[in-house]
Design a protein. Structure first.
Length: 108
């Protein structure tokens, strides 16, 4: 398993749909990646250039292939990944503003 710092450009007009899906718990049951993806997207941050960033772990090559096909490519463009040690990605972005203003109990 590898951890990645993920950076992507959000498709602005689709972000409210993504938040609705997170709130409804639609992403969490997706196997085998739903729980991790839900957690990562619920805790995503916004970088100074407007990109969305989060830490994600994945078993596949290329990284996030299943997540992209099922969810990410519908809501984001220009997705890139950087290998990091577990937790290092979250540490690097913790000072950035959250993507979602309203914090949910399951949010980090």
């Amino acid at each position: 398993m590898a951890h990645y710092l993920v950076r992507a450009r959000p498709i602005a007009e689709r972000l409210s749909e993504l938040r609705q899906r997170l709130d409804a718990g639609e992403i969490e049951p997706l196997e085998p990646f739903g729980r991790a993806l839900h957690h990562s997207l619920a805790n995503a941050r916004v970088d100074h250039d407007g990109s969305t960033v989060w830490e994600e772990f994945d078993y596949c090559q290329p990284p996030l292939a299943m997540e992209r096909a099922a969810v990410l490519d519908h809501y984001f463009t220009d997705l890139s990944v950087e290998a990091v040690e577990e937790g290092v990605g979250w540490e690097r972005i913790e000072s950035l503003p959250r993507l979602w203003k309203k914090k949910r109990p399951s949010d980090r």
